[in-house]
Design a protein around this ligand. Structure first.
Ligand code: DC
Length: 228
């Protein structure tokens, strides 16, 4: 039986940074499910589909998303093309938030995500990992931070990359993304009943990683060595 840690939470809460570090420490595979939704979204953008439900349902049959690991780094393939470097834009993120509400899109990616967790020990992050994808995950974390802190982190990230942006615009974008992700009909973002809430607003990355490791140790008292 493989082990799994589910990390859910809103955009910009630091899920991927933390999940990546955690996976490295535990020697697990990091599965970034947002990247899968982003790859699908890229396909729709390229096709000129904006939000039409039927077109998304139809087109998603042609968009084959798969995952490879190179040096334990996740590589997302869209119909065989490595799209890792194309999916991190605001445009793709916003489209992913829209197209991820589609039933067919979710069903296809759910299958892929569950298959991965069957094969490997995983730290998997997303919006519905603890509630839907891996309801029996060994540890479930709901990671959040205030809207302002999340916007500020994103703003600093863009500034570092030399991309101009406005803090107000990012804040509004985050509020809208939260609203869409939390209110959609299928698998909305919410804290699983058995998930532990961590608010990272005033915590460093290292503090959050350490806290999750402590939670893992507690949950698996009898297998402490494994969570070292
Ligand atoms: O985590 P992210 O910003 O890369 O995710 C992009 C979008 O994909 C997000 O706004 C909602 C969607 N998503 C989802 O619906 N379910 C997941 N498990 C992961 C992401």
């Amino acid at each position: 039986m493989k082990k799994s840690i589910a990390i859910d939470g809103p955009a910009g809460a630091g899920k991927s940074t933390i999940a990546k570090k955690l996976a490295k420490k535990l020697n697990y595979i990091y599965v970034d499910t947002g990247a899968m939704y982003r790859a699908m979204a890229l396909y729709f953008i390229r096709k000129g589909i904006l939000k039409e439900e039927e077109e998304i349902s139809r087109a998603c049959e042609e968009a084959k998303v798969s995952i490879q690991y190179i040096d334990r780094e996740q590589v997302v393939l869209l119909n065989g093309e490595n799209v890792n470097h194309l999916i991190r834009t605001e445009e793709v993120g916003n489209m992913a938030s829209i197209s991820s509400a589609n039933k067919e899109v979710r069903e296809r990616l759910l299958k892929l995500q569950r298959e991965m967790a069957k094969k490997e020990n995983v730290v998997m992050d997303g919006r519905d990992i603890g509630t839907k994808v891996l309801p029996d995950a060994n540890v479930k974390i709901y990671l959040t931070a205030s809207v302002f802190v999340r916007a500020k982190r994103r703003y600093n990230e863009l500034k570092e990359k030399g991309e101009a942006s406005s803090l107000d615009a990012i804040e509004l974008d985050i509020i809208e993304r939260d609203r869409r992700d939390m209110t959609r009909e299928i698998s909305p973002l919410k804290q699983a009943k058995d998930a532990i809430l961590i608010d990272s607003s005033h915590m460093t990355v290292e503090q959050v990683v350490q806290k999750i490791i402590e939670i893992c140790k507690q949950k698996n008292g009898e297998e402490k060595k494994e969570w070292r």
